[in-house]
Design a protein around this ligand. Structure first.
Ligand code: IFM
Length: 456
């Protein structure tokens, strides 16, 4: 067996990522809570309920696990519906609670990164069409300024919006293809509409909201570093010889991966199905870019519907290892490819999410090792990767899949709130504490991967 060590930079940030609705519990005043309570929206009609009880005891317990693993960073989100429960009404108790949470992190040597919008909207915002119109832009700007002003002594690393592309697609475009394997509603997120045009409008308004928030945050906190968490997937033709599959894969890449990036870098929103627009104040509104990377999709042309003729259908890769629930192919190389692509922006990069659903934890150790090896490779090619936030710390409410997909380094029984550190959590702890991966560690946690990890 080769003796070898992959060293990470000494100041590299190690942590996990979470979001408010998925962990806090009893988030009764947002659109996701309302959505969950309609039969048929969530698999088996499960509910977020108490989630991981982060509004209660669960928070400290999970944070203790993070500290035990040696995390030095944590990405969490704050819930707009708690902070501004009605338009213009600010809840100082909610802010106090978030101050308490950030202080508890700092006390444990964990640097927070705070996301302002992670999928859920206050009911009052949802009732006014949320991101479908640009009326939301000043509301979001005011909310961002309020939060940053209240938390600025505890945090200077901000994500305005999580995954605008996923928010728009999941809420406005029904899933299609072999991967859409269960009886989902029209689309799997609220508001459950079916309109590609609206999806593009939503992304446009999110870009406007981001730009307004970016400038507002810098006005309140000069030293702030502000970014977006962008979900990027590798799209490849299912049949490499088919130019139609290649055409569809390119279109998907353009719309899912590139559209938002181009907008953020140049200020130009190349709106498909519409006229390109310059968005005022948007150009270069990134101090860093957050990458959420999970998987690769194979794409097959299908003339059945206009959308599948342009964007194809997702096809399963018969040769690939899949994670639980057909969530996606395990494709570590895709992380390297996306990091190299983002390096072209010249921006510092944080991997703001990366993980897999794996209830019995038989794939997660290998997933961590192979994906972190790709991070290490990218860093060695001078890609400025500043940190890695694994999705996620503790099993949490996985949106339309609810409790059926388990992404946690810590296993949770949501009924009893009992927790247990998974073996992958032990492994990740070794990596975080030592800042390296060596052959002994691979041999101990995933012996079958030694040659792949350390070839030659
Ligand atoms: O749980 C989600 C998260 O909220 C956003 N990114 C993907 C994760 C796993 O599906």
């Amino acid at each position: 067996m080769a003796k070898a060590t992959l060293y990470f930079p000494p100041d590299f940030k190690w942590g996990a990522a979470t979001s408010a609705h998925q962990v806090e519990g009893n988030n009764t005043n947002n659109d996701w809570w309302a959505w969950e309570h309609v039969d048929g929206h969530i698999r088996q009609n499960q509910k977020s309920g108490l989630a991981c009880d982060w509004w209660g005891d669960g928070f400290e317990r999970d944070l203790d696990y993070a500290a035990q693993m040696g995390h030095t960073a944590h990405r969490l989100s704050v819930e707009w519906a708690r902070i501004e429960p009605q338009e213009g009404v600010w809840d100082s108790a909610a802010i106090d609670r978030y101050r308490y949470m950030l202080t508890a992190m700092r006390r444990r040597g964990i640097e927070p990164m705070v996301t302002l919008h992670h999928f859920s909207n206050p009911l009052w915002v949802a009732e006014r069409a949320a991101w479908e119109t640009n009326a939301i832009v000043p509301w979001f700007e005011r909310y961002a300024a309020h939060v940053v002003d209240a938390l600025k002594d505890l945090c200077d690393l901000w994500i305005t919006i999580n995954e605008p592309n996923v928010y728009a697609l999941a809420g406005y475009v029904p899933a299609q293809g072999e991967m859409a394997d269960y009886d989902a509603p029209a689309s799997s997120f609220p508001p459950g509409k079916n309109s590609l045009t609206l999806a593009f409008t939503v992304v446009e308004n999110m870009l406007r909201g981001h730009a307004a928030a970016y400038h507002a945050i810098h006005r309140v906190q000069a030293e702030a570093r502000v970014g977006v968490a962008h979900n990027m997937r590798v799209f490849e033709p299912a049949r490499s010889g088919s130019w139609l599959d290649r055409f569809c894969a390119r279109n998907r890449d353009q719309v899912f991966n590139q559209l938002l990036l181009t907008g953020l870098l140049t200020g130009r929103y190349d709106r498909p199905l519409g006229v390109p627009r310059w968005i005022r104040g948007l150009k270069r509104t990134l101090d860093f870019i957050g990458l959420n990377y999970y998987s690769r999709d194979l794409v097959k042309f299908d003339r059945g519907q206009p959308t599948t003729a342009i964007f194809g259908r997702s096809a399963a890769n018969p040769h690939a290892a899949m994670s639980d629930g057909n969530y996606g192919e395990l494709y570590p190389r895709g992380l390297f490819r996306m990091l190299k692509r983002l390096a072209l922006t010249g921006l510092p990069i944080y991997i703001t999410e990366n993980g897999l659903p794996d209830a019995d934890d038989d794939q997660r150790p290998g997933y961590l090792l192979t994906h972190l090896r790709e991070v290490w490779r990218a860093i060695n090619q001078n890609v400025p990767v500043m940190g890695y936030y694994h999705w996620t710390l503790t099993d949490n409410f996985e949106w339309a899949e609810a409790w059926n997909l388990r992404f946690g380094l810590v296993e949770l029984n949501p009924q009893t709130q009992e927790r247990r550190l998974r073996r992958s959590g032990e492994l990740y702890g070794e990596i975080c504490r030592r800042g390296l991966i060596d052959d002994d560690l691979v041999y101990e946690y995933a012996p079958g991967l030694v040659d792949e990890m350390f070839p030659g």
